[in-house]
Design a protein around this ligand. Sequence first.
Ligand SMILES: [Zn+2]
Ligand SMILES: [Zn+2]
Length: 343
Amino acid sequence: MKCPVCGMDCVQSAMDVLATLPTIFLPCPECNMRVLDKRAPPPSHEYALSCTCGKRFIDEVFTHMYVIMVEEGDLTASDPLIAVGTPLVHPGFVMDRPPFLPALSLLLLSPRVTKKTAERLVREVPELKGVVRTGNFTPGIANPDLHSVPRVYELLAGCDVRADVFPLRSGPLVIYKQQSSIHIEFPRPGYPKIRSVEQHVGTPPVKTFVDACSGVGTLGLSAACLGVPHVIMNDAWYASAYWAAYNLEVNRVYLKINRVKIYEQLEEMQTHPVTRDPIKIAETYGEQSVEIYQGDFRLLHTVLSPGLAPVTALDLFDKSDSAATEKIQREWKEKVGGDVFIP
Ligand SMILES: [Zn+2]
Ligand SMILES: [Zn+2]
Protein backbone atom coordinates (compact mmCIF):
# COMPACT_ATOMS: atom_id res chain seq x y z
CA MET A 1 0.00 0.00 0.00
CA LYS A 2 1.25 3.44 -0.90
CA CYS A 3 1.92 5.74 2.06
CA PRO A 4 -0.25 8.88 1.80
CA VAL A 5 2.42 11.01 3.50
CA CYS A 6 5.69 10.05 1.77
CA GLY A 7 4.40 8.11 -1.25
CA MET A 8 6.71 5.17 -0.46
CA ASP A 9 5.84 1.67 0.73
CA CYS A 10 5.92 2.25 4.50
CA VAL A 11 2.37 0.94 4.98
CA GLN A 12 1.64 -2.78 4.99
CA SER A 13 -1.55 -4.80 5.41
CA ALA A 14 -2.41 -6.17 8.86
CA MET A 15 -1.25 -9.69 7.93
CA ASP A 16 2.14 -8.46 6.66
CA VAL A 17 2.71 -6.46 9.86
CA LEU A 18 1.65 -9.37 12.07
CA ALA A 19 4.00 -11.77 10.27
CA THR A 20 6.99 -9.64 11.39
CA LEU A 21 5.92 -9.32 15.02
CA PRO A 22 7.26 -12.39 16.79
CA THR A 23 10.90 -11.54 16.06
CA ILE A 24 11.05 -7.96 14.78
CA PHE A 25 12.67 -6.46 17.91
CA LEU A 26 14.53 -9.57 19.13
CA PRO A 27 18.35 -9.84 18.94
CA CYS A 28 20.27 -12.45 16.95
CA PRO A 29 22.94 -14.44 18.86
CA GLU A 30 25.60 -11.92 17.73
CA CYS A 31 23.72 -8.78 18.84
CA ASN A 32 25.25 -6.75 21.68
CA MET A 33 23.27 -5.19 24.48
CA ARG A 34 24.79 -2.26 26.40
CA VAL A 35 22.23 -0.80 28.82
CA LEU A 36 22.89 2.87 29.61
CA ASP A 37 21.62 5.24 32.29
CA LYS A 38 19.12 7.46 30.46
CA ARG A 39 19.26 10.10 33.23
CA ALA A 40 22.97 10.76 32.63
CA PRO A 41 25.04 11.75 29.58
CA PRO A 42 26.42 8.66 27.80
CA PRO A 43 29.82 7.53 29.20
CA SER A 44 31.55 8.47 25.92
CA HIS A 45 30.63 9.68 22.45
CA GLU A 46 31.25 6.26 20.98
CA TYR A 47 28.48 3.96 19.87
CA ALA A 48 28.23 0.53 18.27
CA LEU A 49 27.13 0.17 14.64
CA SER A 50 24.31 -2.18 13.58
CA CYS A 51 24.95 -5.91 13.94
CA THR A 52 25.34 -8.05 10.81
CA CYS A 53 21.66 -9.01 11.28
CA GLY A 54 20.79 -5.34 10.70
CA LYS A 55 19.58 -4.57 14.23
CA ARG A 56 21.00 -2.42 17.01
CA PHE A 57 20.07 -2.09 20.67
CA ILE A 58 17.95 1.02 21.32
CA ASP A 59 20.49 2.57 23.75
CA GLU A 60 23.19 2.50 21.03
CA VAL A 61 20.77 4.12 18.58
CA PHE A 62 20.03 6.79 21.20
CA THR A 63 23.75 7.41 21.76
CA HIS A 64 24.22 7.78 17.98
CA MET A 65 21.41 10.38 17.85
CA TYR A 66 22.77 12.10 20.98
CA VAL A 67 26.23 12.52 19.42
CA ILE A 68 24.73 14.07 16.28
CA MET A 69 22.51 16.41 18.31
CA VAL A 70 25.49 17.54 20.42
CA GLU A 71 27.63 18.09 17.28
CA GLU A 72 24.84 20.20 15.75
CA GLY A 73 24.30 22.17 18.96
CA ASP A 74 20.74 20.92 19.66
CA LEU A 75 22.01 19.37 22.91
CA THR A 76 25.02 20.04 25.14
CA ALA A 77 27.40 17.31 26.32
CA SER A 78 26.04 17.64 29.86
CA ASP A 79 22.46 16.78 28.84
CA PRO A 80 21.23 13.30 29.84
CA LEU A 81 20.65 10.66 27.14
CA ILE A 82 16.89 10.99 27.62
CA ALA A 83 17.10 14.61 26.33
CA VAL A 84 17.33 13.20 22.79
CA GLY A 85 13.54 12.78 22.88
CA THR A 86 10.73 10.24 23.02
CA PRO A 87 11.12 7.05 20.96
CA LEU A 88 8.09 5.51 19.30
CA VAL A 89 8.78 2.18 17.67
CA HIS A 90 7.05 0.94 14.56
CA PRO A 91 5.06 -1.23 14.86
CA GLY A 92 4.22 -0.48 18.49
CA PHE A 93 2.97 -3.17 20.86
CA VAL A 94 3.49 -4.09 24.49
CA MET A 95 7.03 -5.50 24.85
CA ASP A 96 8.55 -7.10 27.90
CA ARG A 97 12.10 -6.01 27.12
CA PRO A 98 13.77 -3.08 25.35
CA PRO A 99 13.97 -3.50 21.57
CA PHE A 100 16.79 -4.25 19.14
CA LEU A 101 15.81 -1.98 16.30
CA PRO A 102 15.91 -2.95 12.60
CA ALA A 103 16.09 -0.33 9.84
CA LEU A 104 13.29 2.25 9.69
CA SER A 105 11.60 1.12 12.90
CA LEU A 106 11.90 4.24 15.06
CA LEU A 107 10.21 7.62 15.14
CA LEU A 108 11.89 10.31 17.23
CA LEU A 109 9.72 12.95 18.90
CA SER A 110 11.67 15.84 20.33
CA PRO A 111 10.96 19.46 21.34
CA ARG A 112 14.61 20.41 20.85
CA VAL A 113 15.60 19.06 17.47
CA THR A 114 16.06 21.48 14.54
CA LYS A 115 15.24 20.78 10.90
CA LYS A 116 18.88 20.63 9.79
CA THR A 117 19.72 18.13 12.51
CA ALA A 118 16.59 16.07 11.79
CA GLU A 119 17.64 15.72 8.15
CA ARG A 120 21.10 14.58 9.21
CA LEU A 121 19.65 12.14 11.75
CA VAL A 122 17.44 10.49 9.12
CA ARG A 123 20.38 10.33 6.71
CA GLU A 124 22.88 8.84 9.17
CA VAL A 125 20.86 6.72 11.64
CA PRO A 126 19.50 3.72 9.70
CA GLU A 127 16.91 2.75 12.33
CA LEU A 128 15.25 6.14 12.14
CA LYS A 129 12.07 6.43 10.06
CA GLY A 130 11.24 10.04 10.85
CA VAL A 131 11.77 12.99 13.18
CA VAL A 132 8.93 15.08 14.58
CA ARG A 133 9.30 18.32 16.52
CA THR A 134 6.84 18.32 19.41
CA GLY A 135 5.47 21.27 21.37
CA ASN A 136 3.90 21.83 24.71
CA PHE A 137 0.39 20.93 23.44
CA THR A 138 -1.66 17.99 22.19
CA PRO A 139 -1.85 17.75 18.39
CA GLY A 140 -5.36 17.85 16.92
CA ILE A 141 -8.58 19.05 18.50
CA ALA A 142 -7.91 20.22 22.02
CA ASN A 143 -11.26 21.81 22.74
CA PRO A 144 -14.59 19.97 22.31
CA ASP A 145 -16.41 23.19 21.30
CA LEU A 146 -14.60 22.82 17.92
CA HIS A 147 -14.06 26.58 17.64
CA SER A 148 -10.31 26.78 18.16
CA VAL A 149 -7.84 26.10 15.34
CA PRO A 150 -6.11 22.78 16.04
CA ARG A 151 -2.33 22.69 16.18
CA VAL A 152 -0.12 19.86 15.02
CA TYR A 153 3.48 18.82 15.56
CA GLU A 154 5.96 19.31 12.73
CA LEU A 155 7.38 16.50 10.63
CA LEU A 156 10.99 17.65 10.09
CA ALA A 157 12.46 14.74 8.13
CA GLY A 158 11.56 11.25 6.93
CA CYS A 159 8.02 9.93 7.36
CA ASP A 160 6.01 9.89 10.58
CA VAL A 161 3.45 7.24 9.65
CA ARG A 162 3.58 4.32 12.07
CA ALA A 163 1.34 1.54 13.38
CA ASP A 164 0.22 0.24 16.74
CA VAL A 165 -1.00 -3.32 17.23
CA PHE A 166 -3.96 -4.03 19.52
CA PRO A 167 -4.85 -7.52 20.75
CA LEU A 168 -8.41 -8.51 19.93
CA ARG A 169 -10.05 -11.92 20.36
CA SER A 170 -10.71 -12.13 16.60
CA GLY A 171 -7.04 -11.38 15.74
CA PRO A 172 -4.69 -8.42 16.34
CA LEU A 173 -5.77 -5.09 14.89
CA VAL A 174 -3.18 -2.93 13.09
CA ILE A 175 -3.81 0.79 13.39
CA TYR A 176 -1.77 3.30 11.37
CA LYS A 177 -1.56 7.03 12.02
CA GLN A 178 0.48 10.07 11.07
CA GLN A 179 2.05 10.80 14.41
CA SER A 180 2.50 14.58 14.05
CA SER A 181 -1.25 15.14 13.69
CA ILE A 182 -2.62 12.55 16.13
CA HIS A 183 -2.33 12.68 19.90
CA ILE A 184 -0.16 10.01 21.44
CA GLU A 185 -2.16 7.58 23.51
CA PHE A 186 -0.13 4.95 25.32
CA PRO A 187 -2.56 2.08 25.93
CA ARG A 188 -3.09 1.15 29.56
CA PRO A 189 -2.05 -2.37 30.59
CA GLY A 190 -4.66 -4.93 29.57
CA TYR A 191 -6.14 -2.57 26.93
CA PRO A 192 -9.28 -1.75 28.97
CA LYS A 193 -10.98 0.21 26.13
CA ILE A 194 -10.74 -2.76 23.76
CA ARG A 195 -11.97 -5.11 26.50
CA SER A 196 -14.90 -2.79 27.09
CA VAL A 197 -15.81 -2.87 23.36
CA GLU A 198 -15.61 -6.71 23.37
CA GLN A 199 -17.95 -6.77 26.33
CA HIS A 200 -20.52 -4.38 24.82
CA VAL A 201 -20.43 -6.05 21.39
CA GLY A 202 -21.11 -9.45 23.02
CA THR A 203 -21.77 -12.79 21.30
CA PRO A 204 -23.51 -12.98 18.96
CA PRO A 205 -22.48 -9.42 18.10
CA VAL A 206 -24.96 -6.55 18.31
CA LYS A 207 -26.41 -5.33 15.00
CA THR A 208 -25.10 -1.77 14.98
CA PHE A 209 -22.14 -0.10 16.71
CA VAL A 210 -21.33 3.62 16.68
CA ASP A 211 -17.87 4.89 17.59
CA ALA A 212 -18.85 8.54 17.97
CA CYS A 213 -15.42 10.04 18.76
CA SER A 214 -13.44 7.46 16.86
CA GLY A 215 -9.95 8.93 16.56
CA VAL A 216 -8.08 6.77 14.04
CA GLY A 217 -10.70 4.02 14.40
CA THR A 218 -9.39 1.60 17.03
CA LEU A 219 -12.69 0.93 18.79
CA GLY A 220 -15.00 1.06 15.77
CA LEU A 221 -12.72 -1.27 13.82
CA SER A 222 -12.56 -3.57 16.84
CA ALA A 223 -16.36 -3.82 16.71
CA ALA A 224 -16.27 -4.48 12.95
CA CYS A 225 -13.59 -7.17 13.38
CA LEU A 226 -15.73 -8.77 16.11
CA GLY A 227 -18.42 -9.23 13.46
CA VAL A 228 -20.84 -6.33 14.03
CA PRO A 229 -22.72 -6.08 10.69
CA HIS A 230 -23.08 -2.27 10.69
CA VAL A 231 -20.45 0.05 12.17
CA ILE A 232 -20.41 3.85 12.04
CA MET A 233 -17.33 5.84 13.01
CA ASN A 234 -17.04 9.58 13.33
CA ASP A 235 -14.44 12.18 14.25
CA ALA A 236 -14.41 15.96 13.77
CA TRP A 237 -10.64 16.06 13.10
CA TYR A 238 -9.73 15.38 9.47
CA ALA A 239 -6.60 13.37 10.27
CA SER A 240 -8.51 11.02 12.58
CA ALA A 241 -11.33 10.44 10.10
CA TYR A 242 -8.86 9.93 7.25
CA TRP A 243 -6.76 7.38 9.14
CA ALA A 244 -9.89 5.58 10.38
CA ALA A 245 -10.80 5.08 6.70
CA TYR A 246 -7.27 4.04 5.83
CA ASN A 247 -7.21 1.52 8.70
CA LEU A 248 -10.35 -0.06 7.32
CA GLU A 249 -8.34 -0.97 4.22
CA VAL A 250 -5.34 -2.14 6.31
CA ASN A 251 -7.53 -4.54 8.32
CA ARG A 252 -9.92 -5.61 5.59
CA VAL A 253 -8.83 -9.26 5.84
CA TYR A 254 -10.89 -9.48 9.04
CA LEU A 255 -14.02 -8.03 7.46
CA LYS A 256 -16.74 -9.39 5.21
CA ILE A 257 -16.45 -6.61 2.67
CA ASN A 258 -15.89 -6.54 -1.08
CA ARG A 259 -14.81 -2.99 -1.47
CA VAL A 260 -13.74 0.06 0.53
CA LYS A 261 -14.68 3.37 -1.05
CA ILE A 262 -12.76 6.36 0.28
CA TYR A 263 -14.38 9.60 -0.90
CA GLU A 264 -11.68 12.07 0.07
CA GLN A 265 -7.90 11.90 0.16
CA LEU A 266 -5.65 13.44 2.79
CA GLU A 267 -4.88 16.63 0.86
CA GLU A 268 -8.53 17.46 0.17
CA MET A 269 -9.41 16.81 3.78
CA GLN A 270 -6.73 19.25 4.96
CA THR A 271 -8.87 22.01 3.45
CA HIS A 272 -11.56 21.30 6.11
CA PRO A 273 -9.55 20.29 9.18
CA VAL A 274 -12.55 20.47 11.52
CA THR A 275 -16.16 20.00 10.46
CA ARG A 276 -19.44 20.15 12.36
CA ASP A 277 -21.98 18.82 9.82
CA PRO A 278 -21.05 15.18 9.15
CA ILE A 279 -19.36 14.46 5.80
CA LYS A 280 -19.11 10.86 4.63
CA ILE A 281 -15.42 10.02 4.17
CA ALA A 282 -15.60 6.30 3.45
CA GLU A 283 -17.91 3.31 3.32
CA THR A 284 -17.73 -0.37 2.50
CA TYR A 285 -19.70 -2.63 0.20
CA GLY A 286 -20.35 -6.27 1.03
CA GLU A 287 -21.91 -8.25 3.84
CA GLN A 288 -20.63 -5.81 6.46
CA SER A 289 -21.28 -2.10 6.24
CA VAL A 290 -18.77 0.31 7.76
CA GLU A 291 -19.29 4.05 7.37
CA ILE A 292 -16.86 6.79 8.38
CA TYR A 293 -17.85 10.41 8.87
CA GLN A 294 -16.00 13.60 9.68
CA GLY A 295 -18.17 15.79 11.88
CA ASP A 296 -19.33 16.82 15.33
CA PHE A 297 -20.69 13.74 17.10
CA ARG A 298 -23.49 15.92 18.49
CA LEU A 299 -24.79 16.22 14.90
CA LEU A 300 -24.19 12.59 13.90
CA HIS A 301 -27.86 11.76 14.63
CA THR A 302 -28.76 13.78 11.50
CA VAL A 303 -27.23 11.08 9.27
CA LEU A 304 -28.27 8.00 11.28
CA SER A 305 -31.45 6.18 10.24
CA PRO A 306 -34.20 6.45 12.84
CA GLY A 307 -34.81 3.36 14.95
CA LEU A 308 -31.21 2.15 14.64
CA ALA A 309 -30.84 1.77 18.46
CA PRO A 310 -27.08 1.13 18.22
CA VAL A 311 -24.54 0.38 20.90
CA THR A 312 -22.50 3.59 21.09
CA ALA A 313 -19.00 4.13 22.43
CA LEU A 314 -18.46 7.75 23.48
CA ASP A 315 -14.71 8.07 23.92
CA LEU A 316 -14.78 11.75 24.91
CA PHE A 317 -11.68 13.96 25.15
CA ASP A 318 -12.40 14.97 28.68
CA LYS A 319 -14.10 12.53 30.98
CA SER A 320 -13.19 14.43 34.16
CA ASP A 321 -16.37 16.53 34.30
CA SER A 322 -18.96 13.91 35.22
CA ALA A 323 -21.94 16.30 35.04
CA ALA A 324 -21.00 17.27 31.46
CA THR A 325 -20.39 13.63 30.52
CA GLU A 326 -23.80 12.60 31.87
CA LYS A 327 -25.49 15.42 29.96
CA ILE A 328 -23.81 14.27 26.70
CA GLN A 329 -24.92 10.68 27.31
CA ARG A 330 -28.48 11.79 28.09
CA GLU A 331 -28.68 13.90 24.92
CA TRP A 332 -27.32 11.02 22.83
CA LYS A 333 -29.95 8.66 24.26
CA GLU A 334 -32.73 11.15 23.48
CA LYS A 335 -31.60 11.68 19.88
CA VAL A 336 -30.25 8.24 18.93
CA GLY A 337 -31.37 5.75 21.60
CA GLY A 338 -29.81 2.36 22.20
CA ASP A 339 -27.06 1.62 24.69
CA VAL A 340 -24.30 4.21 25.35
CA PHE A 341 -21.06 3.58 27.17
CA ILE A 342 -17.87 5.48 27.95
CA PRO A 343 -14.96 3.13 27.20
ZN1 LIG B 1 5.45 7.10 4.65
ZN1 LIG C 1 22.27 -9.21 15.51
